[in-house]
Design a protein around this ligand. Structure first.
Ligand code: 9MR
Length: 455
């Protein structure tokens, strides 16, 4: 077989005086804290914490089969705050037989991630590749119904657990035609993509819905323009699309190009978020990795970067050594470049706006005090920082106001109540300052510290 091109996704053969004093102290704290707090003492040393301070996530593809590998999970748990199941949410994995759904491996990854405060990207609901045999052999209205049922069932099953779905993956042709890819799904009618997005929105109204593709990095390429035109059309007609994923598998045949930032900003200008979803770069050149991260940080609506695997040995292209950690799990030069880019990065296109006007909350508590301060604010989200005093082993309960959702945390171990709006954060050895990102979803009320207890 000839070398698989990057888009070749065929299965490989693979609360009076005391209160006043508390409020006065809080007001003083508020006065002395700027709207923008650049880096905290203990963040900035891992990819996830550094990205979170910039209101982004830093994620990786995860394979369920590797979760028993200690070296792998040590890096995963330390460095990343978002995961994408590499294969476990694909159609052949989740509906191996028509109408019989199988979620075990995907749930393993989702539970691992969510119990550690990582968010989950779902990949993928509708795709021409990795279809189970029963679907591969279908066509016409039967296939259209089966595809829509699949989207509905899987998105409903994971409702509230997946922050963003790659609803449709790789639906455009390579080359200069700018055409849709000729697939069994495409042959059910040109409206199959928007139908999939509408079904996904109905099934999980809280998830961001993305179109995801490769070779869409170069702004001048026909495929990039074709996807751009589809997204523009969808936005103009009210098709529920929220984001576009750029896989960004870079190699000698499909290299990173300097207009990548133009591509990201042009799509973002259509009113969608953009995400780097499957980043790997042949040879892992540090400068190129740095450029990709800088490009994302330069675009306010670029809300995260996912690398397609942790160690080189975990990569679908292991021989190209395209990742941030070598096969022994050691950090490569590219890792240092990415971390430096995340720590130096700014969000110049979306300056911080006035923070919420209520004072920071310092509730009376048992034997520790937790003080919440505003940090950076973007158009759709804001960061908060909580400083704990009086205990080194602490548990702090914080509540956000629905429909707000916490999308990222750092420097603590979070658990959630069933509503998903009350977060219990426990110290995890990362110091006495933790942080989190809240997706406003139109509500800018400051999160409230409910309690602080020493443990
Ligand atoms: O990394 C995935 C690899 O383990 C699978 O064998 C392959 C099968 O199609 O899919 C790989 O992931 C692909 C992703 O789902 C979509 N974009 C291209 C990725 C690399 O092929």
């Amino acid at each position: 077989m000839t070398e698989r091109c990057q888009g070749d996704t065929r299965p490989r053969t693979g609360p009076r005086a005391r209160t006043a004093i508390v409020l006065a102290a809080a007001a003083l704290l508020a006065a002395t804290s700027a709207a923008f707090l650049p880096g905290t003492a203990s963040a900035g040393t891992t990819l996830g914490a550094s990205a979170a301070e910039k209101g982004r996530y830093f994620g990786t593809a995860v394979a369920a089969s590797r979760l028993s590998d200690g070296n792998y999970t040590t890096i995963l748990n330390r460095e990343f705050n978002s995961v994408t199941p590499e294969n476990e949410m694909k159609i052949d994995a989740t509906e191996p037989q028509q109408g019989r759904f199988s979620y075990g491996a995907a749930e393993q990854i989702v539970n691992h991630a969510r119990s550690r405060g990582m968010s989950v990207r779902g990949h993928t609901l509708a795709w021409h590749s990795q279809q189970p045999p029963w679907m591969e052999s279908m066509s016409g209205s039967a296939l259209r119904s089966a595809m829509l049922n699949h989207v509905t069932q899987v998105a409903t099953h994971f409702r509230g657990q997946v922050v963003a779905w790659d609803v449709v993956n790789e639906a455009f042709e390579d080359g200069t035609s700018g055409a849709r890819r000729n697939s069994n799904l495409q042959r059910t009618g040109n409206d199959w993509i928007e139908a999939a997005f509408r079904a996904a929105r109905a099934a999980d109204p809280g998830a961001k819905l993305c179109y995801n593709d490769y070779n869409t990095d170069n702004w001048t390429h026909a495929k990039t323009q074709a996807v751009y035109n589809m997204v523009r059309d969808f936005k103009s007609r009210g098709v529920p699309i929220d984001c576009v994923g750029f896989q960004s598998h870079f190699n000698n045949d499909s290299p990173y190009v300097s207009n990548y930032r133009t591509t990201l900003s042009s799509f973002a200008a259509l009113g969608v978020d953009v995400q780097v979803t499957e980043l790997d770069i042949q040879g892992a050149p540090a400068a190129t990795y740095r450029s990709v991260v800088e490009d994302c940080l330069a675009v306010a609506r670029c809300n995260g970067v996912t690398v397609w695997g942790i160690r080189d040995s975990d990569s679908w292209r292991a021989s190209q050594t395209p990742l941030l950690f070598n096969s022994s799990g050691q950090k490569k030069a590219a890792y240092d470049a990415v971390l430096a880019a995340l720590n130096n990065g700014t969000t110049p296109t979306d300056p911080p706006t006035t923070p919420p006007t209520t004072p920071p909350t310092t509730p009376p508590s048992g034997s520790c005090t937790a003080t919440l301060q505003d940090s950076t604010r973007w158009g759709d989200r804001f960061n908060s920082q909580v400083t704990v005093s009086g205990a080194s082993n602490w548990t702090v309960v914080v509540a956000v106001t629905p429909p707000q959702k916490v999308s990222n945390t750092w420097n603590g171990s979070p658990t959630w109540d069933s509503s998903g709006n009350v977060m219990t954060m426990r110290s995890n050895g990362s110091g006495n300052v933790f942080g989190f990102t809240t997706m406003a979803n139109g509500t800018w009320t400051r999160p409230v510290v409910r309690s602080c207890t020493a443990s």
